[in-house]
Design a protein around this ligand. Structure first.
Ligand SMILES: [Zn+2]
Length: 161
């Protein structure tokens, strides 16, 4: 189906962009950034099995494209189902993820959700980490002020660039 093919193409492009940003940032990253193990994160982003995240044993991310905006897809562009089961942590891409335009937002979503896949549920951690990657890769980061406030991240141990 053409729609399916184009969704896959958009996802591949977002993954490529997220990986490129991470590769650019990586020389300036310490082994752990905001509590995220960088080696594990790099493997997760490459869809390879990783250890050293929040989970026991070896885990890999499985991407799933969902066609219906129901359940968690009614509220989110993407989400990670955690904890992993049988060594697999699903990253579900919802219809909103594939909305026209928003290429940069798609890449940011991948950077953000991969933090959840590796390190768990903390929204402030995921936002701070993704913003750090964007900043190191391009010199600026996508504003997330409303979401930062909504999650009361000013009181967290994390910070935006
Ligand atoms: Zn999140």
């Amino acid at each position: 189906m053409p729609a399916q093919a184009s969704d896959q193409a958009l996802l591949d492009r977002a993954l490529d962009s997220a990986r490129a940003q991470f590769d650019q940032a990586q020389p300036q990253l310490e082994a752990t950034v905001f509590g995220v193990d960088i080696a594990a994160y790099g493997k997760a982003l490459a869809l390879q099995a990783f250890t050293g995240g929040a989970w026991d044993g070896s885990v890999r991310v499985a991407l799933t494209i969902r066609k219906e905006a129901t359940g968690s897809c009614a509220d989110f562009a993407a989400f990670v189902r955690m904890p992993p089961e049988d060594g697999v942590v699903p990253l579900v891409l919802c219809p909103q993820f594939f909305a026209p335009g928003a290429d940069r937002l798609r890449a940011l979503t991948i950077l953000h959700e991969m933090v959840h896949a590796v390190a768990g549920r903390d929204e402030c951690q995921a936002m701070a980490f993704a913003a750090r990657i964007e900043m190191l890769a391009s010199g600026h980061f996508t504003p997330v002020d409303a979401y930062w406030r909504a999650n009361q991240c000013a009181q967290s141990r994390y910070a935006l660039p």
